[in-house]
Ligand binder design. Structure first.
Ligand code: ADP
Length: 174
């Protein structure tokens, strides 16, 4: 039976997490990028990119659509799997919050399918994709709180103080 996952905040680097799953803020090509994506591929080694290429050669020929999620090996990382998700772009013109919430929900669904109990998320869309941190934190925390999942711990891994504070405020204010 699913219960609400415990939410934990840490300031740190997502690639260092020993959770069953770490979530990648990928782009739809699945073939690598900067930020979290670059760090995961650098540290996880070539097995992750090889798995992503296979996905592109198969079911995801056109790439992974925004708001969806898919798993690969975690290569040399401590985690067992990387779940890749593609956040929506904000870029000053706004962005679709339901697509950002969907990233969290879909990643947890994929994690459930794998039997994962612990999942680490970065602040999806808040880097290159430009989503304002406070708003992204609100969407992320709500999506996880309302998710129907067997995952027991969701760890938000925030890279800097601003991100950590934004998530802490969201968690403690509601
Ligand atoms: P997006 O393209 O979805 O915006 P990014 O990877 O550019 O994704 O950034 C997402 C967030 O992750 C940003 O707040 C960025 O500061 C943060 N970040 C970058 N590298 C790491 C890392 N190694 N671990 C955790 N968070 C990171």
């Amino acid at each position: 039976m699913s219960t609400r996952p415990e939410i934990v905040l840490v300031r740190g680097d997502i690639t260092e997490q020993d959770t069953d799953v770490i979530v990648n803020a990928a782009n739809s090509s699945l073939l690598g990028g900067g930020g979290v994506d670059g760090a995961i591929h650098r540290k996880g080694g070539p097995a992750i990119l090889a798995a992503c290429r296979e996905l592109r050669a198969g079911h995801y020929g056109r790439g992974l659509p925004t708001g969806q999620a898919v798993a690969t090996t975690a290569g040399n990382l401590a985690a067992r799997w990387v779940v890749h998700t593609v956040g929506p772009v904000y870029q000053g013109a706004g962005g679709d919050p339901s697509l950002l919430a969907s990233c969290y929900r879909e990643a947890l669904k994929v994690a459930d399918g794998l039997g994962a109990r612990t999942v680490a998320f970065p602040a999806v869309s808040t880097g290159a994709y430009g989503w304002p941190m406070g708003d992204a934190a609100r969407i992320a925390v709500e999506a996880v709180r309302h998710a129907n999942t067997d995952v027991e711990e969701v760890r938000f891994v925030l890279f800097d103080e601003e991100a950590y504070r934004a998530f802490a405020e969201r968690i403690h204010s509601s």
